[in-house]
Design a protein around this ligand. Sequence first.
Ligand code: KIV
Length: 274
Amino acid sequence: MSVHSENKEFKKITTHALLAMKQRGEKISMLTAYDFSMATILDDAGIDILLVGDSASNVMAGHETTLPITLDQMIYHAASVIRAIKRCLVVVDLPFGSYQGNSKEALNSTIRIMKESGAHSVKMEGGEEILDSVKRIISAGVPVMGHLGLTPQSIYKFGTYNVRAKEEEEAEQLLQNARLLEQAGCFSIVLEKIPASLGKRVAEEIKIPIIGIGAGMHVDGQVLVMHDMLGINKEFNPRFLRRYLNMYEQIIDATKHYINDVKSGDFPNEHEQY
Ligand code: KIV
């Protein structure tokens, strides 16, 4: 499937395209996005997947955890992102409380996301405990991405944001959950904050694309929260994060410059008025 825009041919990224990328050893790029303007830029830059993450709860709304964001708020962010994109695949997080009850609730929440935002797929945190919901959503025709390792919706159960599955027992459990998600029909799995050696084991055994965030170099692709990657956040400094811009400082500088120009009467000048 392809669309033409300004004489360029953009191939649309599908779940099948992602599988083919894994099979030919091409790494998959993924970032989060929550609004139209940033999604336009990230899609134009050629990102493969945009995740409308429930991290919007942190970086957009200023909450301490991902738990408070609602289904309506996720749909608002997802619809804004969908209006922007031409090429990438858009995955939307099912927020806390919208799927844990039972598989019917999970399907109803997914249907709302798909109908009201136009998204392409959903992501859910968990393994064995959400399998019924995963299967029901996939049998309704919606691709599902899994999420294992550090699952922020369970932060109060874990108690910390430390690396998960360092011990063999938890690593085995994670591997088994990855197998179950693959068998249930997930098109991909995110692994968050686990040892690189475990990321490698999972990516080697599991045939669907494994996308890591703090899961090392051997997985099939990487995802970062856009605000972290662009340096909009100053305070969050985990080892796995590489910053590609220092937007916090750049925006501070630009804003100070603007304030000075306004105060001094330099802005607007005669060319910047009617
Ligand atoms: O919500 C989010 O941003 C995520 C990523 C950390 C994978 O789930």
